[in-house]
Ligand binder design. Structure first.
Ligand code: ZN
Length: 311
């Protein structure tokens, strides 16, 4: 049903999936920069189309709202929420004989700014397994959010500026929403702010936030992309990184921040197993993750294989 050409291709429809090099026809699962290119024609959800065009300018797209199948290139194609960021989608492809589910980047459980993931059954599962090591078990999300709020409130009470480092697309809006819901207004770096405007245009309200112009306001938190400078005028800062990699207690030294919190938009080790169980496929192909995850799946009785350039 598919082949590998330095990336996943649905053979019958000649549809390239999440290619980083320009294609005649591509499915874009979400608008993170490692999943997009200036394709001649891109199939994606309307929200991903808005974010994709925000990043790369006006481009031809075929909108695919969640759960509305289209017949395309000899296949029936349906998107399902992936829970990763606004518009992020899994793709179910059916050819009348068998079905394939491509997860793209995904997360189970709750998000403040993305629809929760849905996992339909498929015969073949292609799963993104970034956190496929047992060390990557995330603490309960509520606990991490409480830590974030305590650190931000502590910094403000102390007369310091809380600066949260978060990816411009997805995590930046998630953190903003979590803070503004807790009554803490947010100043956003311009790249985060630009993406937030697209979220708002798509109907995701992020609360009280303004563009960051280099000056702090008492009582406000600042959200910037990882390692972004904040200028000289800001004074004393408490830098907080939010990333799944923060399950490693040494992450804060590597990231050069005061605190690193494991708030992730990727499935952790246990969620990856849960996803495979829910899809209940005949065969599972693993991308992006460690080879050891393929072994763990096999030990658990699944027919699992690695997929990628190393084959
Ligand atoms: Zn992503």
């Amino acid at each position: 049903m598919f082949h590998w050409d330095n990336g996943l291709v649905l053979t019958k429809a000649r549809l390239a999936i999440d290619f980083r090099r320009r294609q005649p026809r591509a499915f874009v699962s979400h608008a993170h920069s490692d999943h997009i290119a200036r394709h001649e024609y891109a199939l994606c959800t309307p929200e991903t189309a808005a974010l994709y065009q925000h990043r790369l300018g006006p481009r031809p797209t075929l909108p695919m709202p969640y759960r509305r199948p289209i017949d395309w290139g000899g296949l029936r194609l349906t998107t399902y929420p992936a829970g990763h960021c606004l518009g992020s989608a899994m793709l179910l492809a059916e050819d009348g004989e068998q079905s394939l589910l491509y997860t793209g980047d995904f997360k189970l459980g709750e998000s403040a700014t993305a629809e929760p993931a849905e996992l339909p059954h498929a015969d073949v599962l292609v799963i993104e397994s970034t956190y496929g090591q047992p060390e990557h078990r995330l603490p309960p999300r509520r606990q991490v959010i409480d830590q974030l709020l305590a650190l931000v409130r502590g910094a403000l009470a102390d007369g310091a500026v809380p600066v949260v480092e978060a990816y411009a697309l997805g995590k930046g809006q998630e953190v903003t929403k979590l803070l503004t819901d807790a009554g803490i207004p947010v100043l956003q770096h311009r790249t985060v702010f630009g993406v937030s405007r697209v979220y708002e245009a798509c109907g995701v309200s992020l609360g009280r936030y303004e563009p960051f112009t280099g000056k702090a306001e008492p009582g406000w938190a600042v959200v910037v992309p990882p390692r972004a400078g904040t200028g000289e005028q800001l004074g004393r800062q408490v830098r907080i990184a939010v990333t799944g990699w923060a399950v490693d207690p040494r992450a804060k030294y590597r990231l050069r921040v005061d605190h690193a919190l494991p708030l992730s938009d990727h499935a952790d080790y246990d969620e990856l197993f849960e996803a495979v169980a829910r899809v209940s496929p005949r065969v599972t192909y693993c991308t992006h993750g460690p080879l050891s995850f393929v072994e763990r799946l096999r030990e658990a009785g699944h027919d699992a294989r690695p997929l990628g350039n190393r084959l």
